[in-house]
Design a protein. Sequence first.
Length: 263
Amino acid sequence: MRRYIRLYNQFLKQYLKSLMEYRVDFVFGLIGFIFVQLTGVIFIQLIFSSIPSLDGWSYDEVLFIYGLAQVPRGIDHVFTDNLWILSGRIILQGGFDKYLLRPLNPLFHLLAERFQPDGFGEIIIGMMLMFTSWRRLQLEMTPLKLLLLFSTILFATLIYTAIKLAVASISFWIKFAQSYLYMTYQLSTFTKYPLSIYPKAIKYILTFLIPFAFTGYFPGAYFLGRENFWDGIFLTHVVGIISIFIAYGIWIQGLKKYESAGS
């Protein structure tokens, strides 16, 4: 474990050096991503400028769920962005060979090779929305609640990573899976709003098939007093663990099917 932590630090230093060669692009890219995230908040404000509540949920409650969903999405974005490249061109062009030739876990090497600071835009906006709405709603903030919040964010991040890893691994069979990954990842947008506003089919998909509901709605509803501990916190942790094991199993099976690009 210490070896991999040391190696990750080295990968991170090298990648940051490459980013600093184009500092203006880096800064403007981060600012631009923050503005993109703010458009979602503006959209919520437009909705509530016309209606007093959304299926019984107030503006601040929806804002809290939205913010909570953004934080694990952002953390996943920062550390696992290379999975998008894997699903798009690494396998298609035969570039995956290098991960198999080096004395490292291929998945670790793939993830450590790229660090995406744009994800900090999602984390910053998510934290701001979450704690602003928490204060305006006058929710109780105890050490236990904060501990549950941080652990929930950790396991919600695992769910994001697991879904991305599972879909990206399909490229071992079909070579190009980026369109499938994009389509699947877009479903996470639904969980930034109360699940009760959607039809039963959407609820089923987001809860049992592609469990994005546990990255925003269910834990958010618990902290707002609308869900119990079992559904809001415990199941988020369980789903996170199960999801990452299933995703890694798909990854392992995909490795066995990998064929380098021919001439």
